[in-house]
Structure formats: C-alpha cells, structure tokens
Design a protein around this ligand. Structure first.
Ligand SMILES: C[S@@+](CC[C@H](N)C(=O)[O-])C[C@H]1O[C@@H](n2cnc3c(N)ncnc32)[C@H](O)[C@@H]1O
Length: 293
C-alpha cells in the first residue's frame, strides 16, 4: 500500500490507490477526443456482426501467448480453493469465454478434488483448440476438463453437456466486456439457467476509466464506454452501478432479482514504470452473484 507518495517509484505496483487528483480533467479530455471521432455508423454494424471471427483471428495470432495465467483467481475468490479440496465432492465449474485456458489450467493444476469437473467454453473455435492442445487437457493430474465452442449470447441452447440447473460455479473473467451491451440479457439468462439454485457467478472485468479506456484514440468509440480495438475485438468498461441491461435481462426471464449480489467492488491498482517514470492507473470490477433459491 502506498502511504507516502514520495515512495511511489520504489515498487512496480501499489494496491488500492485512489485516482490521481487531475483524473477528472484527463477523463474529460479523453472522452471529448473519442466522442469527436466515433466509429462511423455503417462500420459499427460491421464490427458487431461477427465478433467470433475477430477473436478467432486473435487466437490464430497469439495462441496462448497473450493473456497471463490468472494465478490470482483463487486468492480473489476463495470459493475456488474450497471446491479444489480432496473431499469437496462432485462440483461442476463452468468457465465461459475461457480463451486459451489461462484461468482453467491454473485451477486444474492446483486441484486436489477427483470429482471436480471444469467445463470451458469460448465462441472462438481457435481458442478451444488451444485449450484442447494443452498437455494437461488430456491428462489432468486430478479432476477433469472439457472444452467446447459455445456462444454465451446464444438463445438456442446451453453449452454441450450442460443441463439446466447443474452448474455450481460460473467464472466470467474479462468476457462480458467483450459482448455488446444488448447481448448481456441473453448471457445473464443463460448463466442463470445453467446454475444450480444457490450457484455462484465469479466475475472480474474492466472497470470504468481504466487506463486502457482513456488511451483509446479517435475512430474506436462504438457506444458509451464501448470500444473496438485495433484487432477488431470489442471491450466495454463497467462501473459500480449495475447496468440496466444486466438488471432486467430478458422479458421471458423469471422476475428480478435473479441473483443476490454478495460482493461488488472496484479494484484499483497503480502500476509503475520506474525506468520511464510512468504511472498507470488500472481499474477492474469484481463481483460475486448468487442465484436466488
Ligand atoms: C479478453 S478475453 C479473456 C479470456 C480469458 N477469460 C482470460 O481471462 O484469459 C475474452 C474472451 O471471451 C471470448 N468471448 C467473447 N464473446 C464471447 C461469447 N459471446 N461467447 C463465448 N465467448 C466469448 C473471446 O473469444 C475471448 O476468448
């Protein structure tokens, strides 16, 4: 923790650092620049049409070399430690938007529960292939893992092999931000359907005015707080007030609230580049949501 500002260059990172004093001005300047030149309407439609294709290209280029292993996941969510205990019993854990398996494989390698099943889904078939080609996929030390292609925003069906009301924990790490806000309703309905009553959603994603949001240049703004990256993947930046599209997902869903909020907070970290004397203010959202009995 940074207690004395003069110490800032002595470490690479500081936890829970409040935003800098001039943040209001830098936010205003970034948003003004971005709003001056948003993505043209005709292109917006194009970018929102085939998002899986762009993520496929991403994994063709990066395979499993882009995202770091999410080794911190069980520290942030101790529930993941509990289900990995040898005697925890039959548990189904579903990771959606699993990418190259940067969360699933660290969980699997730390697992001591022979009855833990990890189901990993992504709508990019390339990402799923990367997961399936991991040596741990075919011979996990303890427990099992199955990966398949599935679109979280699909209305047709739950993922292959997943019955309604059968999942204990759903992990969503940097995935809802990749969906268009209009797709969140279907996503929430799907997650709600697959979970057991009392089942848990573990959520971590980009937070409002994260450094990466403020850095977007002109020609990238798709909608409020929603951007297209250079590689054509989309990203939304969440705030603490739950977006109405998430609160009232779908007309055919059971009445609100579908979930009880057990935890919802902003995680701020100051990353420091000591050589270039740069301060980078990162912002993430983290939440735990329990399906109502
Ligand atoms: C930012 S990456 C995060 C990957 C992984 N969760 C991690 O933290 O390393 C977002 C992932 O979500 C996947 N994704 C985006 N939209 C999706 C959807 N509608 N259904 C399933 N997966 C989706 C992308 O293919 C990509 O792998």
């Amino acid at each position: 923790f940074l207690k004395d500002e003069t110490e800032v260059w002595s470490q690479n990172a500081w936890d829970h650092v409040p935003p800098p004093e001039d943040q209001a001005e830098s936010i205003a300047a970034s948003l003004a620049r971005q709003r001056q030149a948003p993505v043209p309407e005709a292109e917006k439609i194009k970018y929102n049409q085939k998002p899986a294709k762009h993520w496929d290209n991403f994994y063709k280029t990066n395979a499993d070399n882009f995202f770091r292993n999410r080794k911190w996941l069980h520290l942030e969510f101790p529930e993941l430690l509990a289900v990995a205990e040898p005697e925890a019993g039959a548990i189904t854990l579903c990771e959606i938007g699993c990418g190259a398996g940067n969360a699933a494989f660290p969980l699997l390698s730390a697992n001591k529960n022979p009855n833990l099943t990890i189901r990993a889904y992504d709508f990019s078939s390339h990402a799923v292939k990367v997961v399936q080609n991991n040596p741990m996929y075919t011979s996990p030390p303890v427990g099992s893992i199955q990966a398949a292609v599935w679109d979280l925003s699909s209305l047709e069906s739950l993922p292959p092999g997943v019955e309604a009301g059968s999942v204990d924990i759903v992990i969503l790490v940097f995935v809802l931000s990749a969906l268009h806000p209009d797709e969140w309703g279907k996503a929430v309905a799907n997650i709600h359907k697959m979970l057991k009553p009392g089942g848990l959603v573990l959520f971590r994603d980009y937070g409002r005015y994260d450094l990466t949001q403020l850095r977007f240049k002109s020609g990238r703004l798709l909608d409020d707080n929603f951007y297209i990256r250079g590689d054509k993947t989309r990203v939304y930046f969440f705030e603490i007030d739950v977006h109405p599209n998430l609160l009232h997902p779908l007309a055919h869903c059971p009445p609100h609230p579908l979930f009880a909020i057990e935890q919802l907070g902003i995680d701020r970290r100051l990353l420091v580049n000591r050589k270039r004397q740069l301060k980078m203010y990162r912002v993430w959202m983290q939440g735990k949501f329990r399906k109502q009995e």
